[in-house]
Design a protein around this ligand. Sequence first.
Ligand code: TXA
Ligand code: MG
Length: 358
Amino acid sequence: MMEGSYKTRLVPIESGDEPVVQEAGELIRAGHLVAFPTETVYGLGCDGLNEEAARKVFATKGRPADNPLILHIADLDMMDDLVEGADQLDREFLQTFWPGPMTLIFRRKSIIPDTITGGGETVAIRFPNHPLAQKFIKACDRPIAAPSANISGRPSPTTAQDVLQDMDGRIPLILDGGACQIGIESTVIDMTVTPPLILRPGYYTPEDLDAWLPGIALDQSILKAGVIPKSPGQKYKHYAPKADMVIGLGPVDRVTDWLLTRSKADQARGLKVGILCFEEEDQLAKKRGDHFSHADKLILQGSRSQPRTMAHDLFSNLRKFDRAGMDIILAVGLEEGGFETSVMNRMKKSAGGQVLSL
Ligand code: TXA
Ligand code: MG
């Protein structure tokens, strides 16, 4: 079949025991791509040992060739064939965080196609904890290479409908397991350096990992603008909605003032303005009798004290603004630290770095 010539099927899955999951395995073994849910975001899966299939992933997403893929496993023993020194790894550490939203980078074995690793000497491995992801990988009976199932540069998909929006006609099958629990991608850790280094912040923070990986830290590029990231994927424009996006940071009252003034000024210039804020700003605006009902679209991302809710909804909210045809999104961010650093890493990339301290 030609690329882009598929009639894409989106199939809801309840238990993972449905025959279509076995069919997904057959498609993968025949070199096709299948999208599947994980606990973080949806993945665009291919046979992780098939060079040709891996090339299809890059072509389908429009992904730069130097940005390596993660190999997904459904059993710790699958690592033996993929990474050097798998038998010497601390199983207790692995079993504490796996299956789960953590990706580890090791020295690769030569069986892995160069297309997967970007030609480098290392490979990224993840053992997802979504039951359907595990059943799918088992049905494929091989490691599954899977980037997030979006067109490169767009927000990662956290529902099967989001995948369909980007992949309709490009792949044969989407396994629909509902909305992803976490909503931002896994924590990527380089295990080939001492101490280990977090290349992409995610669900697990340095604080969560330090007891197991003493001295673990975030790559400097995550904290400082202008530092070149060690992980290829971190250097590209990412997660971007079609609308322009500006982030406001600061106390509730100042941020609320900014949202009110800026949104009205932008509307006066003829722009369609979306507001992405917390319940705190919404309540304050209402209390002042000058609420955000003038916004062309208003989305609340939970409370400031619930960064996990904000993360869960972030990418799907950005896609909602796109579907509503916004020209600009005024978004409220959180002070960094712990998990907030992870969600703000995604939000800042979405906004192309446009952040205002208020
Ligand atoms: O949660 C996730 O990790 C999701 C789900 C589907 O598992 N996957 C995901 O894949 O986010 P992707 O391809 O969108 O992001 C993989 C990140 C990129 O930033 C890439 O540069 C980095 O991992 N990466 C992969 N292999 C690497 C390697 N060998 N060395 C350094 N960075 C690597
Ligand atoms: Mg991605």
